[in-house]
Design a protein around this ligand. Structure first.
Ligand SMILES: NC(=O)c1ccc[n+]([C@@H]2O[C@H](COP(=O)([O-])OP(=O)(O)OC[C@H]3O[C@@H](n4cnc5c(N)ncnc54)[C@H](O)[C@@H]3O)[C@@H](O)[C@H]2O)c1
Length: 273
């Protein structure tokens, strides 16, 4: 399944998908848009979509998706680990599209303070500077965006939040230790926020992808060609497969699903919980 296949109707709902200039976030935007949502395309810089050749710029991508419709698309910039950036981008979205009722916290990654992967990247040797950068980009960034958007959902008694975990947040890993810890923190924050939101009708869930063939994934690691396309479930996920799980959690079809973590990894991690 490598195509858009949404059968969900988002009927003019306003969605913010963080980190959606490329990769999984972009696929999620395309899926929600195809289902009739108005979508805020977001990234840390204009150039982020060009890093692995997925689009010329965030503005160019917004124009392309906007022409596709049927919903509206606006582009917003901001670093999710900076509270002032987050406040400004949420204000711009709500002024341009209206109140946000679908929030997908997709932005993140295992990136060092000065760029690239942390090196060393294990439990005992990663620098504290890099550990802080990874926690900020993933856990605290997700938390800051929730803190900016969810109070409005509470007021309106309506909303669905989908956070991004990872297979690495469920199993012991090395390297990428602090990244795995940040994803585990996001997963547990999802459960705690879901508990707090129960009286308000706002749902909070997470998706934990296994290895997925985004442009960044393919460009930055040695991949096993036999895992890219085969008929079994013993392969990498395709971006559309992750986006479809997000679309389910965003839609009314999951209306009584709250505080859950959907591991979308073809069964790579089979354990209870
Ligand atoms: N692709 C995979 O194999 C895989 C597996 C498990 C989890 N994930 C998670 O899925 C999400 C998307 O991954 P992807 O493969 O599409 O990666 P990607 O690098 O292509 O996309 C991540 C996006 O987030 C943006 N971003 C990063 N830090 C940011 C910040 N501080 N503020 C604003 N934007 C920021 C990047 O610029 C980029 O556009 C990430 O949270 C990642 O950890 C991916």
């Amino acid at each position: 399944m490598n195509t858009l296949e949404t059968s969900h109707n988002f009927g003019g709902a306003v969605a913010l998908v963080t980190g959606s200039g490329r990769g999984l976030g972009r696929m999620i935007v395309e899926t929600l848009l195809a289902g009739g949502a108005h979508v805020a395309l977001h990234d840390i810089s204009e150039e982020a979509p060009a890093a692995f050749g997925e689009a010329e710029s965030l503005t160019a991508l917004a124009a392309e998706l906007s022409a596709r419709g049927p919903g509206k698309v606006i582009a917003v910039l901001g670093d999710i680990s900076k509270e002032a950036d987050v406040a400004a981008m949420v204000a711009k979205i709500e002024a341009g599209l209206g109140p946000i009722s679908i929030l997908v916290n997709c932005a993140g990654g295992d990136i060092a303070a000065k760029g690239g992967k942390p090196n060393p990247n294990d439990a005992l040797n990663i620098s504290i500077e890099d550990a802080n950068a990874v926690m900020n980009r993933n856990f605290f960034g997700t938390m800051l965006v929730c803190r900016a958007v969810v109070p409005g959902m509470v007021k309106r008694q309506k909303g669905s939040v989908i956070n991004f975990g990872s297979l690495n947040g469920h199993i012991g890993v090395s390297p990428e230790v602090v990244y795995g810890c940040a994803k585990a923190a996001i997963i547990h924050y999802t459960r705690c926020l879901a508990l707090e939101m129960r009286p308000h009708g706002v749902r909070v869930n997470a998706v934990s992808p296994g290895p997925t063939t985004t442009a960044r994934f393919l460009a930055t690691r040695t991949t096993d060609a036999s895992m890219i396309d085969n008929v079994s479930l013993e392969r990498y996920a395709k971006p559309a497969e992750i986006a479809n799980a997000v679309a389910f959690l965003a839609s009314g079809a999951s209306g009584f699903v709250n505080g859950q973590v959907l591991r979308v990894d073809g069964g790579m991690s089979l354990f209870p919980g």
